[in-house]
Design a protein around this ligand. Structure first.
Ligand SMILES: [Zn+2]
Length: 215
């Protein structure tokens, strides 16, 4: 990753000048001191560099434009117009309030209108937005809105079920709690049968559908 990359694309926040790698590492060293440890001891001496490299991976989503990524679609679908569903996409994101992990799964469905897209692209859209600082509600809406704008399908549904480590390891300490968010557009919003079909397909023995229909 080029740390002096051009301004983020898509609906990523407007970029400010990025610090150098050395500045980022120095900031991490300050946080280690703040935690009460000695950044010069053997076990910590390489930690600032490691954390900065980890940040490059955690936040690589600012480098990609999900709209551009989805733009290559296939129109020869032989009239396929049933639901396309990608279930249980692993979610790894970070909350924008505490910069701690949000871990969960994402279900994405759409009803094609002439155009379909490679399924790996749907997973990549999820990943691109996940690898930014997020709140779950915004992440859910961004995934659904992007698919809706680019593919212009008859409908889009996104359900995210995730645990927030800022809730489980700090603050109110509530392990085992997961948050469910959903965004339904087009037929998934307007047609109860389509929505039910989607929720049934993603539940398959889980509790996601019930939770989502109450969300
Ligand atoms: Zn948080």
């Amino acid at each position: 990753m080029n740390i002096h990359a051009p301004a983020p694309v898509g609906d990523a926040p407007v970029s400010k000048p990025r610090p150098s790698r050395a500045e980022a590492e120095a900031a991490m060293r300050t946080l280690l001191l703040w935690a009460g440890d000695d950044p010069d001891r053997e076990g910590l001496v390489d930690t600032p560099a490691r954390v900065v490299r980890a940040y490059e991976e955690f936040f690589s989503g600012y480098e990609t434009d999900p709209v551009e990524m989805l733009a290559r679609t296939f129109e020869e679908t032989d009239g396929y117009d049933e639901m396309v569903l990608l279930r249980d996409i692993r979610l790894e994101s970070h909350c924008e309030h505490h910069v701690v992990p949000i871990i969960g799964r994402v279900h994405v469905a759409y009803l094609p209108h002439k155009r379909v897209v490679g399924i790996s692209k749907l997973a990549r859209v999820v990943e691109t937005y996940a690898k930014r600082l997020q709140i779950q509600e915004k992440l859910t809406a961004q995934i659904a809105n992007t698919i809706n704008e680019v593919l212009q399908p008859k409908g889009v549904a996104v359900v995210i079920e995730a645990a927030h480590q800022c809730m489980t390891t700090r603050g109110i300490h509530k392990p085992g709690v997961s948050m469910v968010t959903s965004r339904m557009l087009g037929a998934f919003r307007d047609d109860a049968t389509t929505r039910r079909e989607f929720l049934t397909m993603i539940s398959m023995g889980g509790t996601t559908a019930r939770a989502a229909s109450e969300a």
